[in-house]
Design a protein around this ligand. Structure first.
Ligand code: NAI
Length: 699
């Protein structure tokens, strides 16, 4: 086996190469290996300098995140391990040059900063992204970075966690030279020059103060409710106040505080969750199926967004509509979206044109026979979808993926319209499809394992987080969203203020309150679905009253400038006493007593409704594991990642406490709050949702 870190020579320069694929993470053995090589270079009189470089596609992309879990679980000693190693490297007499390609992130950048010089290829990126998993740099990043690039920029990089390009790093003085051509050769040449007069690192200088107010204002928008970014600011500020060693000690203290916080545990759960959902029992982990061409039916809201998703991934698309008018409208929207991205400076004009050139509009099935996937995104109507699938069956090539973007309909019934149900699957995108990261892959009874595997691989290629879910009404996300929004409406009927219900959930960290979401998506969507499924209503079951009335009044939400709220030209919400009066009137007619409702009750009613339905979904095998549900909610429904997801949040509260609270609601509100059997079982056994592997084991 190749050693994790190897020392080779290029004349009088030692080359220290890290071999820890795939991303040269700082797993146990890597820092020790680097230090040993640095010491060998120091001891070898034939060597004058060293280059530290990563093999494969990157420099050190970061810490080994699994190691953090070992510290919080008590499996590993509670200390930050890298500082002594970095101090020894930094004080070495012969210079060490970090040669960066790919990324130098987190511990990777901290290693690079403890080297005496840094050179990089132009395409490389560097950053301190620890806040994204609820941490701060813990190996001197908050102390060395301000000394290299100044306090303010360092504070920004540590608080927001966004990487910067090598070019920017060069301009800031973080990277000493950009290497064109071969990185190692360039780094060796640089090291020879450096050996002639090694720069002594000055860690004593006085640093400027951090302007916290400016950063905190931006944090309140971008990282709402997160503590780690504030701790990152504290740590960078310590560098201005304290000497280097005291600053390091303060950083370690703050790092440990973050490491043991619920925020970092939840964010690490969400981070690993995104990777875990791609592992589906019985489904090959790799797919040989390549999607090189796609055909999409319907150029409406979803079809247009899905087309852009494919174009953005470089996949040519044939887009079909029924009329020239609808086709033109769909194309105009796509073009407008690209133009606005170009105007914001996030895409070059050439790239936008290149993407658009991959799009072929059509009113016929011409070009469908060459497509590797056909995606249907027409109106939500079973008869229409079945007709379309019968047509697709005739034109699509054998083995092509036949996907429906339905959000509520039965995939098996849709598949039955074809002679190849094994090739039919749901690809449920979220609006706007070119922006939202979530993709629910809905497996039908007949969907083959290869088809699911190919869909997962495609999801990745499209830049989505794809979660495999079972076939039921609403699948995972929308099925759970129903009781969540139902409770929000019930609370208003019972006397809660509309804005307060939204604000409590917003302050918890949801991207938007549940009633505002209705206004954004359009209240008429649910209204139409309720009318269509009216025959399924259960006798005597309480139903939300207000939204149907709002729709009768033509208040569909933002698109009609009125729904739960009124909206001004800039789409700012304005409280509307008319809706409050309507709520009071409907409640009085239905005999719903009015009372003071606490913020705690608002939060629990909404969030525990999610968890209770999630428990049923798990028990039925509609979701494979609780983490799958969490990933759906964090990536598709604006659930705050720093609370992990609805199931993680329930685990955090403790399932015994969750059950007790749900029983209180059941006593007060009846059978809609009947606790899910799985919740009762797990709470009785003192377990968590994350312990439940039942459905995954049976799949
Ligand atoms: P839409 O009404 O914006 O677009 C539907 C398009 O399909 C229209 O442009 C229509 O002309 C076209 N169409 C109808 N019959 C056709 C045919 N035979 N051949 C070609 N085109 C045809 O609807 P939207 O919102 O895009 O919904 C499409 C599907 O996506 C539905 O199944 C819906 O449930 C689902 N969905 C919608 C979401 C949303 O937020 N709007 C989210 C996720 C899924």
């Amino acid at each position: 086996m190749e050693k994790l870190v190897q020392l080779t020579r290029d004349g009088d320069v030692g080359i220290i190469t890290i071999h820890n694929p795939p991303v040269n993470a700082l797993s146990p053995g890597v820092p020790e290996g680097i230090l040993q090589c640095v010491e060998e270079v120091q001891a070898d009189s034939s060597l004058r300098a060293a280059v530290l470089i990563g093999s494969g596609r990157t420099f050190i992309a970061g810490a080994d995140i699994k190691e953090f879990g070992k510290i919080t679980s008590g499996e590993k000693e509670r200390k930050v391990g890298l500082n002594p190693t970095l101090a020894k490297m930094e004080s070495a007499a012969k210079p060490v040059v970090a040669a960066i390609h790919g990324t130098a992130l987190g511990g990777g950048l901290e290693f690079a900063m403890a080297c005496h010089y840094r050179v990089a290829v132009a395409k490389a990126q560097v950053g301190q992204p620890e806040v994204k998993i609820g941490l701060i740099p813990g190996a001197g990043g908050t102390q060395r970075l301000p000394r290299l690039i100044g306090s303010q920029k360092a504070a920004e990089m540590c608080a927001f966690g966004d990487p910067i390009s090598a070019a920017e790093a060069h301009a800031l003085g973080l990277v000493d030279e950009i290497i064109d051509g071969d990185l190692q050769a360039g780094a060796v040449a640089f090291a020879r020059k450096a050996a002639a007069g090694r720069r002594a690192r000055d860690l004593s200088g006085k640093l400027g103060a951090v302007d916290r107010a400016a950063i905190e204002k931006k944090l309140a928008q971008k990282m709402r409710g997160r503590k780690a970014p504030i701790r990152a600011l504290d740590a960078v500020e310590a560098a201005s106040r304290l000497g280097f060693d005291e600053g390091l000690a303060e950083e370690s203290r703050l790092f440990m505080e973050c490491l043991f916080s619920s925020e970092s545990k939840a964010l690490i759960h969400a981070f690993f969750g995104e990777r875990e959902v791609s592992k589906v029992p019985g489904v090959p982990p790799k797919s040989g199926f390549a999607v090189n061409k796609a055909a999409i039916i319907g150029a409406g809201t979803m079809g247009g967004g899905i087309a852009m998703t494919y174009l953005n991934a470089g996949i040519p698309v044939v887009l079909k509509e029924t009329t020239q008018e609808a086709l033109d409208k769909g194309l105009a929207t796509i073009r407008k979206n690209y133009e606005s991205t170009v105007a914001k400076g996030r895409l070059s004009n050439e790239d936008a044109e290149r993407r658009l050139s991959l799009l072929t509009p059509t009113l016929t099935y011409d070009g469908f026979a060459e497509a590797d996937i056909v995606v249907e995104a027409v109106f939500e109507n079973m008869a229409l979808k079945k007709q379309i699938f019968a047509e697709i069956d005739k034109v699509a090539r054998p083995g092509a993926i036949l996907a429906s973007n339905t959000s509520t309909l039965d995939i098996d019934e849709i598949a039955s319209a074809t002679a190849r149900p094994q090739d039919v699957i749901g690809h449920h995108f979220f609006s706007p499809a070119n922006v939202m990261r979530l993709l629910e892959i809905v497996r039908g009874k007949a969907s083959s394992a290869e088809l699911i595997s190919a869909s997962l691989a495609l999801g990745k290629k499209l830049g989505k987080v794809a979660v495999v879910v079972g076939n039921c009404r609403g699948f995972v996300g929308n099925r759970m969203f129903h009781p969540y929004r139902r409770e929000a409406q019930f609370l208003v009927e019972e006397g809660a203020a509309i804005a307060e219900v939204d604000d409590v959930l917003y302050e918890f960290g949801m991207a938007m309150g549940p009633l505002s979401v209705g206004d954004l998506a359009g209240l008429d969507v649910g209204w139409r679905i309720r009318k269509e499924f009216k025959h399924l209503d259960k006798e005597g079951e309480r139903k939300a009253l207000i939204e149907d009335q709002l729709c009768e009044m033509g208040r569909y939400g933002q698109k009609t400038k009125a729904g739960w709220y009124r909206y001004d030209e800039k789409r700012n919400r304005i409280d509307d006493p008319e809706v409050t009066a309507l709520a009071r009137k409907l409640a009085a007619e239905a005999g719903i007593p009015q009372r003071e409702i606490s913020r705690e009750e608002i939060l629990d009613r909404c969030l525990l409704a999610l968890a209770n339905e999630g428990a049923r979904i798990l028990d039925e095998g509609i979701a494979l594991r609780s983490v799958d549900i969490d990933v759906v909610y964090v990536n598709g429904y604006g659930f705050p990642a720093h609370w992990g997801g609805p199931m993680w949040y329930a685990d955090f509260l403790g399932l015994d406490k969750v059950l007790a609270r749900i029983r209180v609601f059941e006593a007060r509100h009846g059978s809609l709050w009947e606790p899910a059997p799985l919740l009762v079982r797990l709470a009785g056994e003192g377990k968590k949702f994350s312990d439940f592997q039942g459905a995954a084991a049976h799949a």
